[in-house]
Design a protein around this ligand. Structure first.
Ligand code: UD1
Ligand code: CA
Length: 455
């Protein structure tokens, strides 16, 4: 007997008031639905089927998970109707676990407990007590046992007071589920086929229904509007930061950091306020991230200091580097050890070897810089001729004066010195001073023009 997982993701999400389908709204840098799929992947399922409809191909295109089955629900007639679309192809002998595509904070641990606590052939619904149950389906119990679910819009005054709600997660024997879905009507206030009606059908057929309570209500919150999306974002961020703090990462304020992807940290990493991490980021032992930094898809080595207000994307560094404040590392910036990148410096697709410094107001693009090089303030690698990009190479221990233009393709030899203000368009030899600028001249007897009297 296997496990089939059905994820409902066909709804429009009207309350989101957005052109983007609800299940594609971003949460911690990934579509809401991707979080549900990641959770499903942690369970050992025979098959995973996503019911899609509103947003059609957009949803399929955004979700790249291989091996999932897609079932189209062309018209959104309700959650029961949605599950029905996935039933052809779902084995009768399997247990079917229905998840909502808009409940993204659910953990695999909770679902594993639900699966373990429900004997084969029985049914289960994951519930939780909500301080404010408004909007959710209420769990109606009699003598302790679950009898049925009543939707908010169909509930009477006393049912509305029930705090125990349906999280949308239902576990059911496949064959039984098919039979009940086929019998289902839509005689309710919304004229929809409610999946929740299978509870009462199970009770009528003498199938035991277990109401299993989730431990915390944050985990099972459904996302229907932008306010709930923002609440879920905060709850998920708190969870991610908690995990990192348990691993020993220090945060100035756990509430003022955002992780939109995965953040891996070594020992004694410290992160100040308003740091945003996107994609896959790795920080080595002892690395410090000051306030207001954006770091995306980058790997920083040990004991690196990122000062405030940097934008770092697709970069790698060795250990003991110092970056910023106000530095920009773009894709392909590869710094070795003890490299310093100072304020208003942009580095793109360039390697900078050990101990080199680029401290002020500089653009380094398509360059290869050796060890112990000093690049003076205002230096520009002129890498683009308007059509093609060209390379600049700078040998070990070279010293580039301030305000130098390096017109690529060009190479600067080892130990070379380039005079300030030079525009270098031919290679400069090793060990020599190269200067390329007009000589300074003074004009004897020259006078400033005088203002003429106007009549
Ligand atoms: C549903 C439950 C409610 C529960 C709540 C938990 C029903 C009738 N109600 O209400 O008891 O407390 O979830 O969050 O099941 N969907 C489809 N096709 C459809 C309609 C919906 O795929 O025709 C999908 C939606 O994309 C969504 C999920 O099913 O991912 C839930 O639908 P939604 O309309 O949000 O249901 P709720 O009103 O929140
Ligand atoms: Ca919902």
């Amino acid at each position: 007997m296997g496990l089939s997982i059905i994820i409902l993701a066909a709804g429009q999400g009207t309350r989101m008031r957005s052109d983007l389908p609800k299940v594609l709204q971003p949460l911690a840098g990934k579509p809401v639905l991707a979080h549900v799929l990641a959770c499903a992947e942690d369970l050992v399922a025979t098959d995973v089927c996503v019911v899609y409809g509103h947003g059609g191909e957009t949803v399929q295109a955004a979700i790249a998970t291989p091996g999932i089955r897609w079932a189209l629900q062309a018209e959104q007639l309700g959650t029961g109707h949605a599950v029905q679309q996935a039933m052809p192809g779902t084995a009768d002998e399997n247990r079917v676990l229905v998840l909502a595509g808009d409940v993204p904070l659910l953990t695999a641990g909770t679902l594993k407990r639900l699966l373990a606590e429900t004997p084969d052939g029985d049914m289960a619904v994951l519930t939780v007590d909500m301080a404010d149950p408004t909007g959710y389906g209420r769990i109606v119990r009699e003598d302790g046992g679950v009898k049925r679910i009543v939707e908010q819009k169909d509930a009477n005054a006393s049912q509305l007071k029930i705090a125990e709600i349906n999280t949308g997660v239902i576990l059911c024997p496949g064959g039984r589920l098919k039979t009940w879905l086929d019998k289902m009507g839509n005689d309710n206030s919304q004229g929809e086929y409610y999946l929740t009606d299978v509870i009462a059908m199970a009770v009528a057929d003498g199938v035991a229904v277990h109401g299993i309570k989730a431990e915390n209500s944050a985990e099972v919150m459904g996302i229907n509007d932008k306010k709930q999306l923002a609440q879920a974002e905060r709850a998920l961020q708190a969870r991610l930061v908690d995990e990192l703090m348990q691993q020993g990462v220090g945060f100035a304020d756990p509430a003022r950091v955002d992780i939109r992807g995965t953040l891996k940290c070594g020992r004694d990493v410290f992160i100040d306020i308003n740091a945003v991490f996107e994609g896959d980021v790795e920080l080595g032992d002892g690395t410090q991230v000051a306030s207001n930094n954006l770091i995306r898809d980058s790997r920083l080595g040990a004991n690196v200091v990122i000062h405030s207000n940097c934008h770092i994307e697709g970069a790698t560094t060795g250990s003991d580097c110092e970056i910023g404040p106000f530095a920009r590392l773009r894709p392909g910036a590869a710094l070795a050890n003890k490299v310093k990148i100072g304020n208003f410096v942009e580095v793109k697709k360039s390697t900078i070897a050990d101990g080199s410094k680029v401290n002020h107001l500089t653009y380094i693009g398509d360059a290869e810089i050796g060890t112990a090089v000093n690049v003076g303030a205002g230096t520009i690698t002129c890498n683009y001729d308007g059509v093609n990009k060209h390379k600049t190479s700078i040998g070990d221990n070279a010293s580039i004066g301030s305000n130098v233009n390096l017109v690529a393709p060009v190479s600067i030899g080892k130990d070379a010195t380039i005079g300030a203000g030079s525009t270098i368009s031919k290679s400069a030899p090793a060990g020599q001073l190269t200067v390329a600028r007009t000589r300074q001249t003074s004009v004897p007897g020259w006078k400033r023009p005088e203002k003429k009297e106007t009549k």
